[in-house]
Design a protein around this ligand. Structure first.
Ligand code: HEM
Length: 549
């Protein structure tokens, strides 16, 4: 056998090259095909098989829900339901029903435990307060906070926010932050609330003084109250509203902007495209820029405070804790960070600052807005409450302990949070298979606890459940209390609940002893904004007058 000649040798090399290329092409095509098939199988499993079998799992237990729809789940009918609700409603209509209407309707139609799909996520609605408590308290260890809402919160407040952390990391943060919401610390914050409440009274008094109208002045409480509350939370968290290199109000605005953009993705079709948040769309780019700005200002601020702390300690080794760190939440966290009492990083510490701005903002504003609006709609209760304030607080400066004697005010605040719960639904994800009551819950199920539905159930509250009647809270009958969870329950109960009540009581006392409130003629009652919360869509305009002396 002879050697190949030059030309046949080159053909041979070409053949080999061709074969190589052919092989690679074959490998590439095969790999792509296998990958596509795997992705398709995975997508079919996640989007079709899993939700279908999970739905069957619940149906076999007698749990009902709207008809199963592959891929999109029940989103289309939920959207249609929402679109069918008129913007404006009657004053005595159960307003909370308008937001999250599907949770009311599914509960009425399918019972206190029902099931539906949001995209491919199976959701179990638990409207039975006993089972709800079991999820939140006794069986709380079988659940994590919802990954779905966590997705948005993580992007706005950061990975280290106490709203989204779990287990060891959450425990440590809870341990550091809880003291900031105890009685002593709250008493230290009292002067901030007094200061801001006084400023609001002065503002409204000036409006009355400058008005030629017989009825007094007209105020937009949905703008003024949140501004006052924001001042308070900024001062209690940071100690002041302006900081070196930036204004915390600008940070709040940026954080709110991010929530407004990202929030609706929770309930919309955006859920069907999981990587959507990472695509460089104009909106996503805006969110990234805002997020970087917030990070920069807060980081500069924390570094400046830390420098100040070290300087004070160096100059005066005997300085007290309060004079080194100050009596605010950031100071408390800086202390844990600086004294080596925690594993918290500086960036996690800043995540908690953003968390405070988010967690306190809407709920406290909603509580104040609806309390005052409902009082304006019910002058008899307004008058009763004013008399209580005059008796208990009088004309002097209120003291923290005085507030605990305002019993009617507690009843009024409870009734507002019952009818208009600032947080209308709690979300949890089951992390393993377990049982609540007689219901077997499968790992991966998203559990919804619709506070608004539980708070207005006729079985619990009676036939007048949808009506405003603070008197119901005067009964010693305690079954009401166990079904009332505006601040959640169990380990993850609201950290700021005492602060929120203290703010509400103090501000209301200041306002009621000075002004009377009535609903302005142009007011349109439209609670419910962006599907998620009971924000007044067209604002709330009230007429205010000085209390006759
Ligand atoms: C009327 C006012 C408020 C209401 C109705 C409210 C309601 C709630 C609810 C229902 C939860 C539990 C969420 C869940 O279980 O998934 C919660 C958690 C939380 N709230 Fe509030 N909140 C209010 C005011 C505040 C304020 C003023 C602050 C802080 C200054 C605050 C800070 C927090 C924090 C940090 C958590 C997370 C606790 C954790 O997960 O460990 N809240 N809030």
């Amino acid at each position: 056998m002879g050697l190949p000649n030059a030309s046949s040798a080159s053909n041979w090399v070409d053949d080999v090259r061709m074969t190589d290329v052919g092989d690679w092409r074959f490998v590439l095509v095969t790999a792509c095909t296998v990958l596509s098939v795997l992705l398709l199988v995975h997508a079919l499993y996640v989007r079709l098989w899993k939700p279908y079998t999970t739905r069957r799992f619940y149906e076999k237990q007698g749990i009902k829900g709207p008809v199963f729809r592959p891929f999109v789940g029940n989103l289309p009918e939920i959207r249609a339901l929402k679109a069918s609700v008129p913007d404006v409603c009657g004053i005595s209509e159960p307003a909370a029903r308008r937001v999250g209407l599907e949770l009311f309707l599914f509960t009425e139609k399918y019972g206190k435990v029902s099931v539906y799909e949001q995209g491919s996520t199976t959701r179990l609605i638990i409207s039975d307060p006993k089972l709800a408590k079991e999820v939140l308290v006794a069986k709380g260890g079988h659940y994590h906070k919802s990954a779905l809402s966590g997705e948005v919160l993580r992007r706005v407040t950061g990975e280290g926010s106490i709203l989204v952390t779990e287990e060891g990391q959450w425990k440590e943060q809870n341990h550091i932050m809880s003291p900031a919401f105890r009685h002593n610390f709250l008493t230290d914050q009292f002067h901030y609330i007094l200061e801001s409440a006084n400023e609001l009274v002065t503002k409204w008094q000036t409006m009355i003084n400058n008005s030629d109208e017989k009825y007094g002045a007209e105020v937009a409480i949905d703008l003024d109250l949140p501004e006052t509350l924001l001042e308070i939370i900024i001062k209690t968290t940071f100690g002041s509203t302006t900081v070196e290199g930036g204004d915390i109000r600008a940070i709040h605005k940026a954080v709110k902007f991010m929530m407004r953009i990202l929030g609706p993705r929770l309930s919309g079709y955006g859920r069907l495209f999981p990587g959507y948040g990472f695509l460089p769309t104009p909106t996503n780019i805006k969110v990234w820029i805002e997020s970087r700005n917030v990070e920069k200002v807060l980081m500069n601020f924390a570094s400046a405070r830390l420098k100040q702390v070290r300087e004070t300690k160096r100059k005066n080794p005997k300085a007290t804790r309060n004079s080194i760190y100050g009596t605010n939440l950031l100071g408390m966290m800086l202390e844990a960070y600086e004294e080596g009492n925690s594993n918290m990083t500086k960036s996690q510490l800043l995540d908690q600052c953003k968390t405070m701005l988010i967690a306190s903002d809407n709920p406290t504003s909603l509580l104040m807005i609806w309390t005052l609006t409902l009082l304006a709609m019910h002058p008899d209760w307004q008058e009763r409450l004013r008399s209580e304030v005059q008796d208990v607080v009088g004309e002097g400066t209120p003291q923290p302990d005085t507030l605990s004697h305002l019993k009617l005010m507690d009843m009024v605040l409870n009734e507002t949070m019952r009818l208009m719960p600032p947080v209308r639904v709690l979300n949890r994800d089951a992390i393993d298979d377990h049982q609540i009551g007689s219901v077997n819950v499968a790992a991966g199920t998203s559990v919804l606890i619709p506070l608004a539905v539980i708070h207005q159930s006729k079985d619990i509250w009676g036939e007048d459940a949808h009506l405003y009647n603070p008197e119901r809270w005067s009964k010693s009958d305690s079954h009401h209390f166990s079904s009332f969870m505006p601040f959640g329950a169990g380990n993850r109960i609201c950290l700021g609940r005492n602060l929120a009540r203290m703010e509400a009581k103090l501000i209301l006392s200041f306002l009621l002893r000075r002004f009377t409130f009535s609903v302005a003629p142009g007011y349109r009652h439209a609670p419910g904004f962006g599907d998620l919360i009971l924000w007044p869509k067209y604002g709330v305009q009230l007429r205010i007058k000085n209390v006759a002396t």
